[in-house]
Design a protein around this ligand. Structure first.
Ligand SMILES: C[S@@+](CC[C@H](N)C(=O)[O-])C[C@H]1O[C@@H](n2cnc3c(N)ncnc32)[C@H](O)[C@@H]1O
Length: 786
């Protein structure tokens, strides 16, 4: 059964690209007044940054610090001296005032403080400055606050502790931590006067020089951010202001940042190139990264940093000459406004041009617009009946039905060749819904010229009514389809005119969930297998398999954390114990294959968990029936012991995933593949023509493009981890998963372990050491009812 959007209507049109652009100056020369904001908005900016405090305040704080240090150095009672207090803000300490228009401002805390300092005096002063500033910004109604991230990884925990305190100052305070993608910020904060880190007393200077030697680690900036947000418990009020460098880091790091909550994208002047005509442009790689971010459910705002001030009224009203016809729209706009490559709004015009000219999204993204990273509880296909609108959405899939028709046509040809007579081939569509697969069977019959007798079996009484109506009105159906209202597992099978039961030659169904078997296709198809001819009967699909890979998805983790315990259907802890159907968007694969080239696609390592073939070997079903009747006793002592007719549908797997880069695992992404039909005459056909003889569907990101590109019916599934698991560089994840069943329901259990290989002895031997393990998660309480 498909799982898209829980039955909501989805727009398939290209949604407009939303891009808010703000202007930032590391050292704003002009006070951010209402007038400046209006001028900025007239130019096309949506927001401005503003410092919270003035240089006067900075001088006052420095003075306090210097006085204290002087007293410490000269006083006899230095050891008992209390730490200095930074007194409340005075009118000359800040130009910010409460205004309605403050919602268009991003307040910037002082970049010269160092909350993570090893020197307790510096850390103490910095923390006070920070708290005073955030509290005042919040008081003035500026809820978005930009904070320069920690200067060293050593100070990250202290920085995070202060950030957590600031978040407690008000329910609307939202902190954006300014981080470089890697290494150090391009913005020169030394321009804003003495940085407090320069005033560290010698006894507190870092002694970890050995550790800090050499190149900064690629992922160190990300790691700092990860520490901050973990200490702040993944609150949605903490996000990143990511500074984009001129040269982008490798794909692996770009993808990691992409998965994080980037709310502001800081674009300094230095990240722009100049094109042949001297106008600022972004490189192709930068444009691609921006495009990905702009497709997020909540795209970041762009902050153009130090690209030129906001011109005063007089300079903006000067006459502009007509632009040259060979300029791009962005260049023309820039040229029209100022007619100069020195125009301070060129970068803004260029960003607007990029906004207007975004490439169109892939079909699944268009279709799922608004549903990115939205977690839905999986369906209960046997107890719930779908609504017509849900079927209607499935039926929009441009690939699935087409592929089914091809599979049916191929199977009909093989059956005709095998049966060697002209009798009608008996086809049953099990779980017919509103009938699209019945139509495809009839079309395949028409195109192959092979006569069929078609049965449509459906347990949803409302869909059954529609099937009957369609049989009477659809010229292709022409009242020739036998519509059966029944659970397929209790359907005795086709009845001949002489009232005797017969078997079907071909059984067509689509009962697949996002993880293949999670909507009980195996159980339903076992139950209807008795109607399939035991000799030559064909099932479409012939097999399906579940696939998974570990992912980092801070967004989903944060979303689950914040889900209220008032959810009537789930207890607080149960939300971690069920898989969710979700259009995964803002996430990162933790285990990937190395791309062939730097630009080559980075493919995840997606491994098969298990598979189900159909029809099942008759002995297996006979044995299951025997167990159900009490003929065999199950292993005593096992939690689900006792005779079960469904034990043959239990599965388990243990899979290992190599992780080149450090990261945090928030759960497992699940996909499926299915072979609808693989013709046994495969090789024979291929000799004579190039027609494809194996028809498959896939949502596995590695094989989807090749097997069923642009299929939209299924979103992936997500198995969450209650406690995120940290993986070091070069670590290995081991995923153990079970499909469990008793005679009433089916559920999943999963556990993830992290290993590293460490050198042992002098002979170069290596030992596999476990460094982390998750809880055992189980969806038993919310299992799928059989
Ligand atoms: C995903 S829908 C597919 C509908 C349609 N065949 C299509 O491809 O658009 C699965 C259908 O199977 C039906 N179904 C599921 N389990 C069934 C069962 N045990 N017996 C009969 N119908 C069943 C559901 O009611 C639903 O209509």
């Amino acid at each position: 059964m498909s799982s898209i959007n829980g039955g909501n209507v989805l727009p398939a049109e290209e949604p407009p690209t939303v891009l808010y652009v703000g202007q930032h100056e590391t050292q704003r020369s002009e006070q951010v007044s209402l007038d400046l904001l209006r001028r900025a908005q007239d130019l096309g900016y949506d927001l401005l940054t503003t410092p919270i405090t003035t240089p006067k305040f900075q001088s006052r704080v420095l003075e306090t610090l210097e006085n204290h240090v002087y007293q410490l150095d000269t006083s006899d009672t230095a050891s008992s001296m209390p730490l200095p207090m930074v007194s409340s803000l005075s009118p000359e300490d800040s130009d910010l005032v409460p205004e309605e228009s403050n919602s268009s401002l991003v307040a910037v805390t002082s970049p010269w403080i160092d909350m993570g300092s090893l020197d307790p005096l510096i850390a103490h002063i910095s923390r006070q400055v920070f708290i005073l500033e955030v509290a005042y910004a919040a008081f003035c109604g500026v809820s978005n606050v930009l904070v320069h991230g920690p200067t060293t990884s050593e100070g990250t925990v202290r920085f995070a502790r202060a950030a957590l305190e600031a978040l407690g100052l008000g329910p609307y305070v939202h902190l954006h931590i300014l981080m470089p993608m890697t290494g150090e910020l391009e913005q020169d904060v030394s321009a804003v006067g003495t940085h407090l880190s320069e005033m560290v007393r010698p006894q507190y200077a870092s002694d970890d020089e050995d550790e800090n030697e050499g190149e900064p680690e690629l992922f160190s900036s990300w790691e700092m951010w990860n520490t901050i947000r973990a200490i702040c418990s993944y609150t949605t009020r903490l996000s990143i202001a990511l500074e984009v460098p001129r040269g982008l880091p490798p794909q692996s790091l770009q993808c990691r940042w992409y998965s994080e909550p980037i709310r502001l994208l800081m674009l300094p002047r230095t990240c722009f190139l100049r094109n042949g005509k001297g106008y600022p442009v972004l490189s192709k790689q930068h444009q691609h990264f921006l495009t990905l971010l702009l497709r997020l459910r909540f795209p970041p705002w762009a902050l153009l940093s130090d690209v030129g001030g906001i011109p005063s009224e007089e300079t903006t009203t000067g006459g502009a000459s007509e632009p040259s016809p060979d300029l791009t729209p962005a260049e023309a706009a820039a040229s029209r406004s100022r007619d100069s490559v020195d125009d301070p709004t060129q970068h803004l015009h260029y960003m607007r041009h990029l906004q207007q000219s975004q490439p169109s999204r892939p079909p699944i993204e268009r279709f799922g617009q608004g549903y990115q990273d939205y977690m839905q509880s999986p369906l209960q296909p046997l107890t719930d009946n779908l609504e017509s609108i849900t079927y209607e959405i499935f039926e929009k899939d441009p690939v699935k039905y087409e592929w089914y028709e091809r599979a049916v046509a191929l199977a009909l040809k093989d059956l005709r060749a095998l049966l060697r007579d002209e009798r009608q081939i008996i086809v049953a569509v099990a779980g017919a819904g509103r009938g699209p697969l019945v139509t495809r069977v009839l079309q395949a019959s028409r195109t192959t010229g092979i006569n069929v007798k078609c049965y449509a079996v459906e347990k949803n009484p409302n869909a059954h009514l529609l099937l009957q109506r369609r049989n009477a009105t659809d010229p292709l159906w022409a009242n020739q389809v036998t519509v059966v209202a029944s659970d397929m597992r209790t359907w005795p099978g086709p009845i001949l005119p002489n009232s005797s039961l017969t078997k079907t030659d071909l059984l067509v169904s689509e009962l697949l969930g996002s993880f293949a078997d999670n909507e009980l296709s195996p159980e339903c198809l076992d139950g209807v297998q008795h109607v399939l001819h035991p000799g030559h009967g064909i099932s479409i699909p012939q097999s399906y398999s579940a696939h998974l890979t570990p992912i980092a998805s801070p967004r989903l983790h944060s979303d689950l954390l914040s889900r209220a315990s008032t959810d009537i259907s789930l207890s607080v802890s149960e939300k971690w114990e069920i898989p969710y159907v979700v259009m995964l968007h803002q996430f990162d694969y933790l285990s990937t294959s190395i791309p062939a080239s730097a630009e080559g696609p980075r493919m995840p390592d997606v491994q098969q968990a298990w598979s189900f073939p159909h029809p099942v070997a008759p002995e297996i079903l006979a044995h299951a029936r025997q167990r159900g009747a009490g003929g065999t006793v199950a292993d005593p002592g096992t939690p689900y012991s006792g005779p079960s007719t469904n034990d043959h549908n239990a599965r388990s797997c243990t899979l290992r995933f190599a992780c080149a880069d450090r990261g945090v695992c928030h759960g497992l992404a699940g996909y499926f593949e299915t072979v609808l039909y693989s013709s046994p005459s495969n090789s024979h056909h291929n000799k004579n023509n190039s027609e494809q003889q194996i028809i498959e569907l896939s949502t596995n990101p590695v094989t989807m493009a090749e097997k069923s590109k642009d299929m939209i019916s299924w979103f992936p599934i997500f198995f969450p981890l209650k406690t995120p698991l940290h993986i070091p560089d070069g670590g290995e994840m081991e995923v153990s998963m079970w499909r469990q069943t008793d005679d009433r329901k089916v559920w999943y259990e999963w556990v993830v372990e992290v290993y590293v290989r460490v050198a042992v002895g002098e002979e170069g031997g290596r030992k596999r050491m476990r460094v982390g393990i998750s809880e055992l998660h189980s969806s038993r309480r919310n299992g799928c009812m059989m």
